[in-house]
Write a protein of this length. Sequence first.
Length: 239
Amino acid sequence: MLYTCTEAQPTTGLEVQSFKPSEHRNQANKITSKILSKTFFFSLLTIPGTLLSSVTAAAIANPAPAINPEAIGYNNICIEISYGGRSVTLLHVDNSAGTHNISFENGNYLETGYPASEKNHIKTSAGFTAQYKTVDPNNCRSLIKTASGKLPLSAATSINYLANCVLNQPNSWVAKNFELWNIYDSQCNLGHNEICETPDFKNGFNQAKCTHTLGSQDKLVGQDVWNILYPSGDREEAK
């Protein structure tokens, strides 16, 4: 699984910026897909705190993740969703039980042309049927806000995913574009704001080396994550 912390303010180490779908509209329209687009019904994520499991959300642009039933591989983590003549490019960072899910912020943008956080054009919708396709992961590079531009993975919770990636698909996008961070939870409330050393998977090691204790649940300060609440569009700090 991947791991990231969403809409936080920029801090030392993990550089974070807020995200509006319109900022990526022009880029998304130029993307060439590696597979044919498919049509799915996308449900809005209306319950705060349900995003992500092992990508650190403070290190991706908010609200740039998508949660879909398809398995997360090592080259298919960037998707484009199109509806009503508009498109957004998102990171596919988690699995759902069977539905295709999109954040309220992005869903409202696709339906109305305005992100939910702008509040003046909110549409209370159960979802919509949209075109969906996997695109080149580099098209999601601008959504990743680490100083290096590499995908931030939790050193404590993403090791199985990463080991599989490095050992079995060493030439994949993720294998060449990741960092391990000593942040324990996806909402970036626990851990330490530090990069860890990748284990030597080829020689059987599977624990990252961090300055502080790996998987520490010390209170993490300065990597705040904010939910965009449904249906108000208000921001609420994720706990």
